[in-house]
Design a protein around this ligand. Sequence first.
Ligand code: ADP
Ligand code: MG
Length: 672
Amino acid sequence: MTFVANLPLVSTIKERCRVCYTCVRECPAKAIRIVGGQAEVLNDRCIGCGNCVRVCSQRAKKVYSSIEQVQALLAGRKHVAAMLAPSFPAEFEGVEYRRLVGAIRMLGFAGVHEVAFGADLAARAYRRLLDETSRGNFVAANCPAVVGYVERYHPRLTHRLAPIASPMTATARVLHEIYGPDFGPELGIVFIGPCIAKKSEATQKGVRNSMDAVLTFTELRKMFDDAGIEIERADPVEFDPPEGGAGALFPITRGLFQAAGVKEDLVKCEIVAAEGRTGFVEALREFESGDMRARLLEVLCCEGCIMGPGIENAGPLFRRRARVGRYVREKMVSFDEKKWSAWMERFSDIDLGITFRSEDRRIPHPRESEIRRILLRMGKARPEDELNCGACGYDNCRQHAVAIHQGLAECEMCLPYTIERLRSTVKELAVSNEELARVQEALVQSEKLASMGQLAAGIAHEVNNPLGVVLMYAHLLMDKCESGSPVRDDLEMIAEHTDRCKKIVAGLLNFARQNRLVCRSTNLEDLIWRGLRSMQIPDNVKVELENNMGNPVIDVDGDQINQVLVNLLKNAIDAMPNGGRLTIGLSRADGEVQMKIEDSGVGIVPENLRKVFEPFFTTKYMGKGTGLGLAVTYGIVKMHRGDIRVESNADPAAGPTGTRFLITLPVAGQVE
Ligand code: ADP
Ligand code: MG
């Protein structure tokens, strides 16, 4: 037989799980996998010890419920017997046991039996096994979680499991002998106890004369509640025979020895007891390695069945022991040894044999290089980076790395790793936030310029035609004027200023990107020299041209780009009344040409930086500046599908730092 679970004994309620990894830490079988930050109980690894159920503060672990199955049995079979585990006094503290028996009967059970009698039979079988000294060393098989653990994780020890049925199975076989002849398939047997793993023991196929279902005390209480049964008010009823004896001590560690009349021998270490999550794992390891030479090792997954996960009562260990002890003492007062011996005699030949089958669930250990690689991924390059803080639920970083390799864990479970990642994410977020703010500001700026452009274009169109008429008539009148006429000077004045107006209008149209481009392949370097030659560069201004783009020929509207250059160069010279350095750079990157015009002049104060491209913004005196230069420049660059940026006075406290205009123009692709 094998106790490998075929029931989903425990599962996680996802909504409740807060991923604290306590269940990972407490699981002796490493049967809890964390995937995508969620804890999942692996059915084929779970031994049903219920540690995870007990330690989960969020009550996020659900135990497989057998209530419906039991109700179906009660409704469908003629004789359903309950058998009560000897740990019941630890659960039903202060309750007169006869009332508990009465209450169980009220649920519809035909009889209530003591598993303590099966424990007596099992104890006798252990005694016999120990008497046959030639049979070697054994691990007691009374704890189903331990049996499941051995079958999966110490498969080589499977044949060392004592071939003796548990008290539960022993009692079930007794009941089959007593009631089987009368009821046959109409007999139902339900075990009620503190254990989750028993549920899987009960469902093992091919185990003759076993039980039909297993209820935990928690489930029994729920059935009482649902049926409106109050134990204290139930009529007292005695247990059905056969009566249990010292087997009632079974749920206490070393209870087996006491019931079997053997003593744990600390000198010879022939008979050893171990219990609890870490104790039993360690004991089995030593037993397998041969470090422990016990003839009989009694291992209990819990600190005795009285601490089982199916117990609701939260009382402490020694109080529970005292309850069970007191119950046994009180029973012994009225104990009818004769009757008991007769029962023992009747079942002296009952078959308590049982065999086990290994189900190896060990996962191969990764190679050292693999462990190192995973540790490195978690930022643990050196041994001192391995903090072994245990926050992940594993004892140390290496075990965590092994579990990651085995597909049971994730890097994110490592607290220092996650904190480090959060830190760098916060940093990245701050950077992208800054970037976002910058882009947003640029967007607002270009939207503002676009709406200004619309306005400017509207005005320019409207004004353009009347200006043309004024200019034409001024010239017509001039033609009619005799030379030397005083009116002629006035007319010339009108024509000259109308001309100026027309230029402003043309500038506005440029800003609003309303003009057409005539693109030809143009040598930018030539264009720059031509621009420089067309203006008067003061002697105290040193000009430098850095051409980093080899052959500087691209498709642009030469006249318009010339105007861009002239506007920028003029501004740069204006900004350096006492002379300085003027640098023009050409470079090419990512399908774009970049043109840089940098001066060492007075700079632009931060509050003006965002205004310089607006039409009519000027800081120059009347008549010197129109504030259209950069607006026109902006329009021309945008018409070329390019971009223009200005950088100046990054740190006003440091004094004038000059100004740099950066223009990018696409090399390939269409221009308007
Ligand atoms: P204008 O030159 O007619 O004033 P622009 O549109 O060419 O108009 O320039 C607008 C304003 O931008 C200028 O008045 C000046 O305040 C500022 N500016 C432009 N270029 C520079 C520069 N290289 N250095 C300092 N300030 C500049
Ligand atoms: Mg200007």
